[in-house]
Design a protein around this ligand. Structure first.
Ligand SMILES: NC(=O)c1ccc[n+]([C@@H]2O[C@H](COP(=O)([O-])OP(=O)(O)OC[C@H]3O[C@@H](n4cnc5c(N)ncnc54)[C@H](O)[C@@H]3O)[C@@H](O)[C@H]2O)c1
Ligand SMILES: N[C@H](CO)Cc1c[nH]c[nH+]1
Ligand SMILES: [Zn+2]
Length: 432
């Protein structure tokens, strides 16, 4: 299988690694311009532009925007129609995801100082959240659960879901997952045009307060560009996996773990770091043998060729240092004492501990969220969580004595800033 082979002992290793993990600036600029045009048109022409782009990019044969609205009865019908095995799996996954996220819920808090002043933080959910569920190259019922359930746990009043239906085919499991998760409205649109509709609002798609969820580069760029008009969770673009293996895991397992993310997208990234050259060769052999057994062989071969790599490292410490530089969306530690090694990881969206924890289990049902920061943004972003759907307001309630004490501090500070109204406003409260 064609992929990049690197060795940290190569003189130009750092430059090669940087080239492998960077996005092409030219491609970035092209995508940014295209997306900017789509956003502008949807902001200006609303539903009309939404329909035009959906016909163009999703090969939909639709007469009006009404054809894109999927009603609650359709969600319930899909839930009733899917095989019982799928329904039970969705419900089991939903249960696990919900209970994991319950632990993230933040409550309001306050305390009273000795002079009676009250200070605190009031936590409130968003009024309306827009969730993007990808659907171009694969359908993602699991992403419905991962997006919607934390919003539900947070107490968001209204959840608007968008997801494309290429060729007009609605996926029953996606609809069923939306029913299970309690999505309020579903409009089957995708790409930058769907993000624009959620950000600016159209006659059919209500404007939301925040847009969350993963997607391809067009979706990720659109979210970046509408940030400020609405909130966004993070940049969750094409999937990534970085595996650190000591050479003692069955090579077939590692090959398939790499493929599990490579099969998402030609732009996905799968990288293996290992100190054992023979083992890297064994994984390469497994990859060749296993790829031909997979439906998405072509996507896998393309992503392994363009963005994949097998890298020989000096030792596990060096592998950890590289992992912290790459800051991958998913990091598998297929090594002994994984929990101990994990303490050295500073940047990763999710860390999978030990040989028996393939990333795929996290994608569906372990409990933690699978919407994770990509493109090294794990340096400053976190997994999607309940906290993304909660806001905080500060609470300050001064007693007469407390106001007097604080005003004595505020007054000289305000005068130091030459903000006399501030100073006098505070001084009125000083007890004489
Ligand atoms: N980071 C995460 O948490 C996470 C989770 C699940 C999936 N993913 C990633 O989400 C992505 C899903 O991508 P997808 O393509 O399957 O679905 P998608 O829904 O993200 O994108 C499909 C949409 O892209 C638009 N589009 C496609 N080609 C276009 C073009 N040339 N110009 C303008 N718009 C275009 C179309 O409007 C289409 O509806 C994958 O990269 C997958 O790896 C990430
Ligand atoms: N691995 C994806 C996140 O990068 C999530 C997913 C959904 N279904 C399968 N995988
Ligand atoms: Zn996946």
């Amino acid at each position: 299988m064609e992929t990049t082979w690197l060795n940290t002992q190569d003189a130009d290793f750092e430059a090669q690694l940087a080239a492998l993990t960077a996005w092409s600036e030219e491609r970035d600029a092209e995508v940014a311009e295209l997306v900017h045009g789509i956003l502008r048109e949807v902001a200006r022409r609303g539903d009309e532009a939404l329909v035009e782009y959906t016909v163009k990019f999703d090969r939909r044969d639709i007469a009006s925007v009404a054809d894109l609205v999927v009603g609650p009865e359709q969600l319930q019908a899909a839930l009733a129609r899917i095989p019982v095995e799928q329904r039970e799996a969705l419900e089991a996954a939903a249960q696990r995801v919900r209970s994991y996220h319950e632990k993230q819920k933040q409550d309001s808090w306050s305390y009273r100082e000795a002079d009676g002043t009250l200070l605190g933080q009031q936590v409130t959910p968003l009024d309306r959240a827009g969730i993007y569920v990808p659907g171009g190259k694969a359908a993602y019922p699991s992403s419905v659960l991962m997006n919607a359930l934390p919003a539900k746990v947070a107490g968001v009043e209204e959840i608007i879901m968008v997801s494309p239906a290429p060729g007009g085919e609605l996926n029953d499991m996606v609809l069923a997952a939306a029913a299970i998760a309690g999505v309020d409205r579903f409009i089957s649109v995708g790409g930058a045009q769907a993000v624009a509709a959620l950000a600016y609002g159209t006659d059919t798609v209500p404007a939301v307060d925040k847009i969350v969820g993963p997607g391809n580069i067009f979706v990720a760029e659109a979210k970046r560009q509408v940030f400020g008009k609405v909130g966004i969770d993070m940049i969750a673009g094409p999937s990534e996996i970085l595996v650190i293996c000591d050479g003692k895991t069955n090579p077939d397992w590692i090959a398939m773990d790499l493929f599990s993310q490579a099969e998402h997208d030609e732009e996905a990234q799968a990288i293996l770091l290992c100190p054992d050259a023979d083992y890297l060769q064994q994984v390469a052999t497994s990859m060749e043998q296993l790829a031909v057994t997979l439906e998405r062989e072509t996507i896998i071969r393309t992503s392994m060729k363009n963005r994949g790599a097998l890298i020989q490292v000096k030792d596990l410490d060096e592998a950890i240092a590289i992992a912290n530089t790459i800051a991958s969306e998913h990091l598998e530690l297929s090594i002994d004492n994984a929990e101990e090694w994990a303490r050295k990881i500073r940047h990763a969206g999710a860390i999978f501990l030990g040989r028996h924890t393939p990333e795929a289990l996290g994608d569906y049902c372990a409990g933690p969220n699978h919407v994770l920061p990509t493109s090294a943004t794990a340096r400053f972003s976190s997994p999607l969580g309940v906290y993304d759907f909660q806001k905080r307001s500060s609470l300050i309630g001064c007693s007469p004595d407390g106001a007097s004490t604080l005003a004595a501090i505020a007054s000289p500070l305000a005068r130091g800033e030459s903000l006399t109204a501030h100073a006098r406003s505070a001084e009125y409260r000083i007890k004489r």
